[in-house]
Ligand binder design. Structure first.
Ligand SMILES: [Zn+2]
Ligand SMILES: [Zn+2]
Length: 347
């Protein structure tokens, strides 16, 4: 049966408030999940403010979902009632294109269904995200949360975690590799923890030294303030991989000068304007500039298993649902260490 559930929805670009939404009846392949926690991602804020495209209100956002299985369809083999599970940024895809076939569903070329503000092929409605008590998701897009990861801390792994893990995994971060992380926020701090867990040496590039101690505590081998002009010459040609998590324009050529031959810069932050890079920075040492967006389902599961095994958790601040609008303001001012997680029981 379909179900009416409480949610916290954006009713205008400026305001979120309690609303009721309808979740479809689970079909044979679906898992019904009682949501316990939902992380707040920058994308949620861009979306509710219609900064990426116009949306129709009300809309429930949230794609860092952690909860407990409460119902399973009759063909569901991978999950049972009571399992700890997660859902990230996508809830379905075409499953037939070459990207889906390769387990890179996030790059589905035909019909990627996002967790919110997409058309749900199962019932034609607009998908509604995780700031709610319950969600119904096809088993192919549900992730297993290892018992060793507390559910509140599991939530941000579903977007922030995989966003950093996927490029580290794809460009072979590991022992003997040096990794630079630009920006030390919700994404950047996961980059530090995951790069260390994979065995790399990791340096944080931050604007100032204000979070330096914290950077070392969370595992960074080095932490540099980019306001210091000597930093870039000191770190010249040091890195194999640099991941840029910053959503503002920064002087990328300086960072490219810190890459070794065949090194790569991976863009995961989303600045409004075009990236500006000198061709000299690229051909000097066969430098690559790449982008990366979340990760596939199998890869996300691999990350969760690694985090469960090595006890790698995000740093979070848990909030009641009534605090969401204020939390958005603080995220925009980078006043959070490091990820807000909504306690859904406060709904
Ligand atoms: Zn996100
Ligand atoms: Zn596809």
């Amino acid at each position: 049966m379909s179900k009416q559930v409480k949610a916290w929805g954006a009713t205008s670009p400026e305001k979120t408030e309690p609303i009721t939404i309808t979740r479809r009846a689970p079909d044979d392949e679906d898992v019904g999940i009682d949501i316990k926690y939902a992380g707040i991602c920058h994308s949620d804020i861009h979306t509710v403010r219609s900064e990426w495209r116009e949306i129709s209100y009300p809309l429930v956002v949230g794609h860092e979902i952690a909860g407990v299985v409460s119902t399973v369809g009759k063909n569901v083999t991978r999950f049972k009632v009571g399992d700890h599970v997660g859902v990230g940024c996508m809830v379905n895809s075409c499953r037939q294109c070459s990207n889906c076939h390769d387990g890179e569903e996030q790059y589905c070329s035909s019909n990627l269904v996002l967790t919110y503000n997409s058309k749900d092929p199962k019932d034609g409605t607009i998908t509604q995200g995780g700031y709610s008590q319950y969600i119904v998701v096809d088993q192919a897009f549900v992730l297993r949360v290892p018992e060793s990861i507390p559910l509140d801390k599991a939530a941000p792994l579903m977007c922030a975690g995989i966003t950093l893990y996927s490029p580290l995994n794809h460009w072979n971060a590991g022992p003997g590799k040096t990794v630079g992380i630009i920006g030390f926020g919700g994404l950047g701090h996961m980059g530090v923890k995951l790069a260390k867990a994979l065995g790399s040496e990791v340096t944080v590039f931050s604007q100032t030294n204000s979070k330096k101690e914290l950077g070392f505590q969370l595992g960074a081998d080095d932490y540099v303030a980019t306001s210091d002009p000597d930093v870039f010459s000191r770190l010249s040609q040091k890195f194999d991989i640099i991941i840029n998590t910053v959503s503002a324009e920064i002087p990328l050529d300086l960072y490219l000068s810190c890459l070794r031959r065949d090194g790569t810069l991976v863009q995961v932050g989303a600045p409004k304007d075009q990236l500006r890079i000198s061709p000299h920075s690229l051909y000097a040492r066969r430098i690559g500039v790449n982008g990366s967006m979340i990760g596939g389902i199998a890869e996300t599961q691999k990350m969760l298993d690694l985090c469960g095994e090595k006890l790698i958790f995000p740093e979070i601040e848990t909030i009641p649902a009534s605090y969401i609008d204020e939390a958005y303001e603080r995220v925009m001012k980078s006043q959070v260490q490091f990820r807000f997680v909504i306690d859904i029981s406060t709904m």
